[in-house]
Design a protein around this ligand. Structure first.
Ligand code: UD1
Length: 337
């Protein structure tokens, strides 16, 4: 298939582009490179052995987005582009509403106008708010605890309304748990700007000595070791989930939701210990206050994706942290060469 990937130079986007191309699809990337680097696409193309055409454009530029959809006429769109910092979204919600919701609206209008009605949307387990129970199934109640999460929830709801009104749409909503790790070559990985907000990128920077210690947010949760539990999933497993979902939406219309997680949780301390082992060095840490808005435990019920998509995460924690460490060691300054 010919696939347009928005945000294809980002962390999850770049791994998914590589996986799509390896599976035989023809990919064009649309990215504004605001929070990503063209170097990522260069590396994807080296790993894949084919050029990856890319268009530098912003989804807020409706005219350009219209013409891209018209000219490219893809069979489907995989939509990653958006902002993802929970903290920033609470201080600047408007930016999140404009970029995430506004950008998606322009994309949907352009798709509708050019008759492209197959879409995969990057949602997040954040739409479960504070979950009532774990593992979390797709049927659990949804809520937003911050503006970033609200954008994901609103977009999910908009997509639902669209398929109700017009059954020509085929939409897959993918709720990601905690994507971590990197391509095993060490050539692709997550390259956060500034101080990383997420656990594994932060731990990686402590392991290289760039930061002195990890702050473990909360040591008194009701979990076996008192630290938070999350469903960390290798980014390549996540990427493979997209290929499976794409195949599914080609033969099914409507809007369909799948959790993409491993179905098992690891605690913050388990991640720290696994990382130290993979890196062969101590990763110093200190306990700190709970981070506001964090839940004690979050992990996915994965049977729906397994049953419908025939997809299951295969890579374990050691592989996730070893691959992250290789990326971190080989690219201490990210994509800046
Ligand atoms: C976070 C977002 C979530 C978003 C996801 C995308 C919050 C509250 N949630 O998920 O909405 O979809 O990223 O990337 O920001 N931790 C530490 N020390 C650190 C960093 C994290 O102890 O320096 C702990 C956290 O308290 C948590 C776990 O590690 O228990 C995972 O944190 P993180 O990687 O930020 O992911 P989430 O909070 O699950």
């Amino acid at each position: 298939m010919r696939i347009l990937v928005t945000g294809g130079a980002g962390y999850i986007g770049s791994h998914t582009v590589l996986t799509l191309v390896t599976a035989g699809h023809q990919v064009t990337v649309l990215d504004n490179f605001e929070n990503s680097s063209p170097a990522a696409l260069k590396r994807v193309s080296e790993l894949a052995g084919v050029p990856i055409p890319s268009i530098t454009a912003d989804l807020l530029d409706a005219t350009t987005v219209r013409s891209v959809l018209d000219v490219e006429a893809p069979d489907a769109v995989v939509h990653f582009a958006g902002l993802k910092s929970v903290g920033e979204s609470t201080t600047n919600p408007l930016r999140y509403f404009v970029c995430n919701i506004g950008g998606t609206l322009n994309l949907l209008e352009a798709m509708d106008a050019s008759g492209v009605r197959r879409l995969l949307f990057s949602s997040s387990a954040t739409v479960y708010g504070a979950p009532r129970k774990v593992p979390i199934s797709e049927e659990e109640p949804l809520s937003a605890t911050n503006p970033y999460g609200r954008t994901k929830l609103i977009i999910e709801q908009m997509l639902g309304d669209m398929v109700t009104a017009d059954d020509r749409w085929s939409i897959g909503i993918l709720r990601y748990f905690n994507p971590v790790g990197a391509h095993p070559s060490g050539q692709l990985g997550e390259d956060p700007r500034g101080k990383p907000a997420n656990l594994v990128p932060f731990v990686g920077q402590v392991a290289t000595g760039r930061r002195p210690f990890v702050e473990v947010f909360g040591s008194d949760y009701e979990t076996p070791d008192g630290t938070g539990i999350r469903d960390f999933i290798h980014v390549l497993d996540l990427a493979e989930g997209h290929v499976a979902a794409l195949e599914w939406i080609v033969s099914n219309s409507g809007a369909h939701v799948w959790n993409l997680g491993t179905g098992r949780g690891y605690s913050v301390l388990e991640v720290l210990h696994a990382y130290s082992e993979a890196a062969g060095r101590d990763v110093p840490y200190r306990f700190a206050e709970r981070r506001p808005g964090d839940v004690p435990a979050s992990f996915a019920e994965t049977t729906k994706a397994e049953r419908e998509l025939g997809w299951k995460a295969r890579r374990g924690l050691i592989e996730m942290v070893s691959d992250h460490w290789r990326w971190q060691r080989l690219n201490p300054a990210g994509y800046q060469e």
